[in-house]
Design a protein around this ligand. Structure first.
Ligand SMILES: Cc1ncc(COP(=O)(O)O)c(C=O)c1O
Length: 368
């Protein structure tokens, strides 16, 4: 008996490349004939150092990370970075200030956290707009020239909004929460000073957090900062100040290697464009579904849409789940449907979703 394939559209933790899971399974009990597993390896030993160094090197190659950027493997998820960015970057200014762009659920959470440490200048807020949902256009931002940094969220996972490119913030360092679009497209490092990402979308297991930081920004943090969360301590100790997330780093390494073997970022970006374009097209062509987001702000990672007959949303989600199209419910703050199309989602998953959407719309055509 053949069963229909399962596609997991979860927003995170999200699906990982099946080849990576298979390789991890094969190596789980015995890593490279050493007679023991990565779980059991001392982090100070040469074997784990080899894994961590290779992981860093593969990420550098994949993303073309310039030499003046350090790659830190941290813990605590992206939410910890909401505090760690101000703690590490504000310096000794007596009345510190930082610019924040409010574009959705996650950037607003970052703002609430930053307010505990400094004056926050909300340089733009799309909560002030009426009409279709969109991100604040950089022409409208009211940046503070004295700000220690400017923070934005490149992809708003809950609402399905994404900046098409990084803005130019001049001499103010640009800090970006890239949790939900890290590794999905090439990065313009000439505009970027710090990027952080929780791993659970395009990298690996939750908890692991990547920080890419320009070395000129690594300085003494505010005195109350725990040492394990000081960028300077983590960098100076080569990630050995305390026990790192060894298994998560190993899995991230398998993911980076996998994508290098698949053609790197150009191949990833090409596939992500095809997947999201196909799905938005199907939504826009339909009289049964609509996407509330303006085209230029639409995310290629999280495609959010609504049924024109919203009373059918629960039935849509239940039938999709039964058909093997899993975890399509929108973020609780937004409702509706959200299809997360991270790097590991194949085009076949998107085609299966579109087929399901068409047949559901045909079946319920009299509802609208
Ligand atoms: C854009 C964005 N930022 C931050 C977070 C929070 O990440 P974590 O749960 O790793 O703290 C998420 C989680 O989904 C996210 O999507």
């Amino acid at each position: 008996m053949t069963s229909a394939p399962i596609y997991n559209f979860a927003a995170g933790p999200a699906m990982m490349p099946p080849e990576v899971l298979q390789r991890a399974q094969a190596e789980q009990l015995d890593w490279q004939q050493r007679g023991y597993s990565v779980w059991e390896m001392p982090f100070t030993g040469s074997e784990f150092q080899q894994i961590a160094d290779q992981t860093r090197q593969d990420l550098r190659e994949l993303l073309q990370v310039p030499d003046q950027f350090r790659i830190l493997f941290m813990q605590g998820g992206a939410s910890a970075q909401f505090s760690l960015v101000p703690l590490n970057l504000l310096g000794e200014h007596p009345a510190p200030c930082a610019d924040y762009i409010a574009g959705g659920h996650w950037s607003r959470k970052a703002i609430r956290e930053a307010r505990r440490y400094c004056r926050v200048n909300v340089a733009a807020d799309n909560g002030d707009y009426s009409g279709p949902v969109r991100l604040p256009n950089p022409d409208e931002w009211q940046l503070d020239p004295g700000a220690a940094y400017c923070h934005l969220t490149s992809n708003e996972t809950a609402e399905g909004l994404q900046f098409a490119e990084l803005p130019d913030t001049g001499s103010v360092p640009l800090v970006v929460d890239m949790t939900s679009d890290f590794l999905s497209r090439p990065l313009d490092f000439s505009r970027l000073d710090l990027a952080y990402a929780g791993a659970q979308k395009n990298i690996g297991p939750a908890g692991l957090t990547l920080v890419l930081i320009r070395d000129s920004l690594i300085r003494e943090p505010l005195p109350a900062t725990p040492s394990a969360f000081s960028y300077k301590v983590v960098n100076d100790s080569h990630g050995r100040f305390n026990t790192p997330l060894t298994y998560a780093i190993y899995l991230a390494g398998l993911v980076f290697r996998h994508w290098l073997q698949q053609g790197g970022l150009p191949a990833i970006q090409y596939l992500n464009r095809r997947k999201s374009t196909r799905l938005y097209q199907a939504i826009d062509d339909s009289e049964f579904y609509h996407c509330p987001v303006e085209p230029q702000s639409r995310s290629r990672m999280n495609v959010c849409f609504q049924l024109d007959a919203p009373q059918l949303t629960a039935r849509f989600l239940a039938q999709a789940q039964a058909a093997g199209l899993l975890n399509l419910a929108g973020h609780p703050a937004c409702g509706g449907v959200r299809a997360s199309l991270y790097n590991a989602m194949p085009l076949a998953g998107v085609e299966a979703l579109i087929d399901f959407m068409h047949s559901f719309a045909r079946e319920h055509a009299d509802a609208i």
